[in-house]
Design a protein around this ligand. Sequence first.
Ligand SMILES: C[S@@+](CC[C@H](N)C(=O)[O-])C[C@H]1O[C@@H](n2cnc3c(N)ncnc32)[C@H](O)[C@@H]1O
Length: 337
Amino acid sequence: MYKISQRRYLGNKNSILPFIEDIIQNEIGEFNSLCDLFSGTGVVGSYFNNEKKKIILNDLLYHNFVSLNAFLNKETFNKEKVLKYIDKFNNIEIDEDNYFSQNFGDKYFSKKTAQKVGYIRQEIRNLFLNDSLNRKEKNILLTSLNYSIDRIANTVGHYDAFIKKDITKQKFEMKKLDINIEENKNNEIHNQDANILVRDMECDILYLDPPYNSRQYCDAYHLLENLTLWQKPEVFGVAKKFDRTKLKSEYSKSKANEQFDDLISNAKCKYILLSYNNMGDKGNTRSNAKISDEEIMKTLSKRGRVKIFEQDYKEFNTGKEKRNDNKERIFFVKVER
Ligand SMILES: C[S@@+](CC[C@H](N)C(=O)[O-])C[C@H]1O[C@@H](n2cnc3c(N)ncnc32)[C@H](O)[C@@H]1O
């Protein structure tokens, strides 16, 4: 069984969930709704999810939207049917090429695994189009497929490059997902730009975890995005990326501060929690934070007094830049104006 946290994702907050919980307990106490506006994997929203709370989740990337829906929306599904397809997919033998194997076979995956993955992706599309799967069942199978290939991909956790190792013995295995529908009944899930969604949304706690450097998530996860969208676009370069112009985040560009200021001034909530890394300009250029501490403080102070909480953490990166002075920081504001 796959839990929502069982994927590799840059900047995921799985290891600091108790830290976030402590801040909420000490500074806020009870609350009814939480919006995880830059959800990524969704582990933060999921951690606070229960049948009494409303959790709003959102991410710009479609494959995250699909997995957030699979784990956290209230739609019903037929468990036996999903298990039947997972079992069927795990046991099929495919030796014909398809879009996925032609582009990614013998690169991130063995040719055989890639043939199987492309075949399964097409089957999920066909089964959905002929009404054999409902939307939830489709989202569960796609998410299981993504989590399964993430475990065996010939990468360091993202798809900027593949590494040299023996991939002939990759063991592809889809599994069911750990889903508790009863807890999901009040949840809402979106696939929008955060600055647009924030204008139409209200919540008690607004948790913000935007990208903090120039590394675009659509570059790191282009392969999962491509497989999930399944529009079979042309791919380029050694890493085999598709054209991601429409998926680029403003938070990883030079005007990140203006975006952030716009977001905060439009937030309708009682409390704001912001995660933002403290790499400053100590790392390499791509790792440098896009919004300075001064800019963060200036923007947040417009809405109330800012408190900063810190905890040491291990950074998930390519392993090349070992840094042990990282602090995970949460900026906290009780909204007063
Ligand atoms: C640091 S990650 C969030 C990690 C997440 N908290 C977790 O634990 O998995 C930032 C996320 O913001 C998303 N993102 C970037 N720009 C966005 C935007 N303008 N609107 C919505 N989501 C955005 C990225 O796709 C990425 O998943």
